[in-house]
Write a protein that binds this ligand. Sequence first.
Ligand code: PMV
Length: 335
Amino acid sequence: MTVSSAPGKVYLFGEHAVVYGEPAVPCAIEQRATVTVEARDDDHVRVQASDLSLDGFTVEYTGSTADRPDVDVPAPLVEAAMGYIDAAVEQARDAADAPDAGFDITVESDIPLGAGLGSSAAVTVAGIDAATRELGHRLPTGEIANRAYRAEAEVQEGQASRADTFCSAVGGAVRVEGDDCRSIDAPDLPIVIGFDGGAGDTGELVAGVRALKERYDFADDTVATIGNIVRNGERLLDPDADVEADDRIAELGRLMDFNHGLLESLGVSSRSLDSMVWAAREAGAHGAKLTGAGGGGCIVALDPTPETLTALRFTPGCEEAFRAELATDGVRRVA
Ligand code: PMV
């Protein structure tokens, strides 16, 4: 039996624009997906998944990944989760040159599905690592990130950047621009997350932004401006930046506010995301923005005080609010 875990992430800056070659800065958080893999002596794959959300629902089924599990979860979310597990299994079989390997797989995750916290990347990264190790191979982290990216891109029909999978594999804060992925130093940030209990359809939201960009020059400019915000954010994150700690957080927050406004103008926010963002700002957060594809899911705010957390818990449309620690480890070999 082999067990690996991998972290989820928030985007401090740059989602959507990263799809068009602008830089993005995601940051891994200590909300993890844990994948347990046991080799079988036939070529079947059985998957048991539980706690695929914070509290919202529990998925429990056992069956071939081709079967539709009978669970009380929106079908597209379950299908998506199964797709990532299938793709991870294929990558592991390929990496270990064992095309007929079969597995019993258990997925446990405290990252809500499809909510902008990188649940699919975390499951894919941990799944590839655990399944290849179960077959007697240890892949370097860079290769896990690459294979997880290929798996995600396949499931998302090409609509994926390397940001989520790289961040989940290596941990910490990272900078991704096209194929150029690297770790960056970041200060400890007082991250607060609000979750509306929902999810967005990444493929649809990415396609929506693409259509706007094709139709309007100013949407194209908006994407470029997000890139500009990311470059400003990166300079502030640099530990050698000539800025006081309090000013740094305040300025990072201001840039997050800008970034959210531009994402909103690109049509990827929602009423509940906006009301959580405003609740955070009114509670005194330094800044707040949606994270990930949008449409529903999570916001990320910066606030060292308890105010934002409290305000979010009383905000209609916010189902969960919690603090997130930066995850310095990426994929972790648990057993
Ligand atoms: O919502 P998530 O965690 O799947 O993030 C999507 C981020 C996008 O930039 C919209 C797409 C991508 O693959 O980078």
